[in-house]
Ligand binder design. Structure first.
Ligand SMILES: *Cc1c(COP(=O)(O)O)cnc(C)c1O
Length: 391
C-alpha cells in the first residue's frame, strides 16, 4: 500500500537535526516555554511575514485564543463554512457564541464572498430571508469571520478583507492546512486580524505531537494572546487579568519544528511537483475534476482532492484504488450543519447545497513531498482505470 502521508520518509531526512535539537532540550531541561519556543516564534513570524507569532498547543487553541482575546461569547455570531474540520466551528461554540454557516464556492471549496456578505447583512438585520441563519439562535451580533484555506489554498481574501472591514467584522484566517501557501506576495497565515495554524503531524508543517501558532501584526492582540495562552496571566505570574487556558507549545515540539522548518521550503516545492504530475496524469479524464489553483496563488497542498460525478462513482473509484494499493480518504463526508453536534442550531438538509453536494462527490489522493514518480504513475493509472467504470 502506498502511504497516504509518508511521515517516515521525512523522519529519515530530518532525524539527525531533530535529535540534536531534542537532545539540547533534554540537557537544559526547560520543557515548558524553553528557549526553542522563542526561537521558533521569531522564525515563524519572519516566515509568514508578520510582526508576531504566538505558538500554542494545537491548531484548535490557535483558533480559540483569538476569539477569547476578542471577548467573543453568547449572543455573538462568528461566520464560517460548514465544509471544514469540526475544530473551526467548535471553538465558536465552546465560548457560547453561535456559528453562522456560509456556503462554499464550488471550485475552490472555500467560503463564498457573495454569500458571506449576505450572511453578515442577514445577521445585522436579523433577517433569515437574506441568508439562512441558525433557526434556534435568536438575535445575534456579527463579530468575526473564520475563512478556511481548505486543502492548502487561500480563501478569497482580496474580496473577504474589504467587505469585512466595511461591516466591522474581524477576520481570523484558519490557515491550519495552508501554512507555506501564498496569495499574491503574502503568505497564508498573514491575512486579516490574525491567522491560525496547526502543527498536527499530518499538516504541511507538522511536529511530532500537537502544536499550533497564531500570526498577527497587531501588538495589542499579540499581548492578549500570550496572556490567554497562560491562564490569562498579567505582568505577574499569579496575577490573572482574564480567563485563559493552558495553551503552551511544548519545548520539545518547538525543537522538532525548528529542524523541520529548515527543509520546509523544499517540501512545499516538492508538493508543487506532485500536484503538477497528478494534474498531467489525470488530464482530460472524463468525470474527474482535478483541483485548479489561480495564477496568483501557491497552494500548500495539504490535500489533493478530486470531484467525482456522485456518491456511487466515488465509492466505486475508492474501492478500485484500494485494490490497486492506493489509499484515499473523504474530506469531508458530512458538512458541519448536518452533524449531530450541531443539531441544536436547527439547520437542515438543503441549507448549504454546495457543501452538501461536494461532500457527496469529493475524495482525496495520497499527498506528501516524498511521493515518487513511479507511485504517482501507479495512482494516476488506477484513477484512470477506475474512472472507466463511471456510469
Ligand atoms: C487540523 C485543523 C484544525 C485543528 O488543528 P489541531 O492542531 O488538530 O487542533 C483546524 N482547522 C482546520 C481546517 C484543520 O484542518
Amino acid at each position: 500500500m502506498i502511504p497516504f502521508i509518508d511521515l517516515q520518509a521525512q523522519k529519515r531526512r530530518v532525524e539527525t537535526e531533530a535529535r540534536r535539537r531534542m537532545d539540547a532540550v533534554l540537557e537544559h531541561g526547560r520543557f515548558v516555554m524553553g528557549p526553542e519556543v522563542d526561537e521558533l516564534e521569531k522564525r515563524l513570524a519572519e516566515y509568514v511575514g508578520v510582526e508576531h507569532a504566538v505558538s500554542c498547543a494545537s491548531g484548535t487553541d490557535a483558533l480559540l485564543m483569538p476569539l477569547m482575546a476578542l471577548d467573543i461569547g453568547p449572543g455573538d455570531a462568528v461566520l464560517t463554512t460548514p465544509f471544514t474540520f469540526i475544530a473551526t466551528a467548535e471553538v465558536i461554540s465552546l465560548l457560547g457564541a453561535t456559528p453562522v454557516f456560509v456556503d462554499i464556492d464550488p471550485v475552490t471549496f472555500n467560503i463564498d464572498p457573495d454569500k458571506l456578505e449576505a450572511a453578515i447583512r442577514a445577521v445585522e438585520q436579523n433577517d433569515s430571508s437574506i441568508h439562512t441563519l441558525p433557526p434556534n439562535a435568536g438575535k445575534l451580533t456579527a463579530k468575526a469571520v473564520i475563512p478556511v484555506d481548505l486543502f492548502g489554498q487561500a480563501a478569497d481574501y482580496d474580496r473577504i478583507l474589504p467587505l469585512c472591514e466595511k461591516h466591522g467584522v474581524a477576520v481570523i484566517e484558519d490557515a491550519a492546512q495552508s501554512f507555506g501557501g501564498r496569495l499574491g506576495d503574502r503568505r497564508c497565515g498573514s491575512f486579516g486580524l490574525c491567522g491560525a495554524t496547526s502543527f498536527f503531524p499530518a499538516k504541511p508543517l507538522g511536529c511530532w505531537g500537537d502544536g499550533g501558532a497564531v500570526f498577527t501584526d497587531d501588538a495589542e492582540l499579540a499581548e492578549k494572546l500570550t496572556s490567554v495562552r497562560v491562564h490569562g496571566q498579567g505582568r505577574d505570574k499569579y496575577e490573572n487579568v482574564r480567563v485563559g487556558i493552558n495553551g503552551r507549545l511544548d519545548t520539545l515540539q518547538a525543537a522538532v519544528l525548528l529542524a523541520k522548518l529548515d527543509i520546509f521550503d523544499d517540501e512545499i516545492e516538492a508538493r508543487q511537483k506532485v500536484a503538477a504530475a497528478y494534474a498531467k496524469g489525470m488530464a482530460g479524464l472524463e468525470g474527474v475534476v482535478t483541483p485548479t489553483v489561480p495564477e496568483n496563488m501557491l497552494s500548500a497542498w495539504a490535500q489533493y482532492s478530486l470531484l467525482t460525478p456522485g456518491p456511487q462513482a466515488r465509492e466505486g473509484l475508492m474501492a478500485h484504488l484500494k485494490e490497486a494499493g492506493v489509499p484515499s480518504v473523504i474530506y469531508y463526508p458530512k458538512p458541519l450543519h448536518m452533524q449531530t453536534a450541531y443539531a441544536g442550531l436547527g439547520y437542515g438538509e438543503g441549507d448549504f447545497p454546495i457543501s452538501e453536494g461536494v461532500s457527496r462527490r469529493i475524495m482525496s489522493l495520497p499527498m506528501h513531498p516524498y511521493l515518487e514518480d513511479g507511485q504517482i504513475e501507479t495512482i494516476c493509472q488506477a484513477v484512470r482505470q477506475g474512472a472507466e467504470n463511471f456510469a
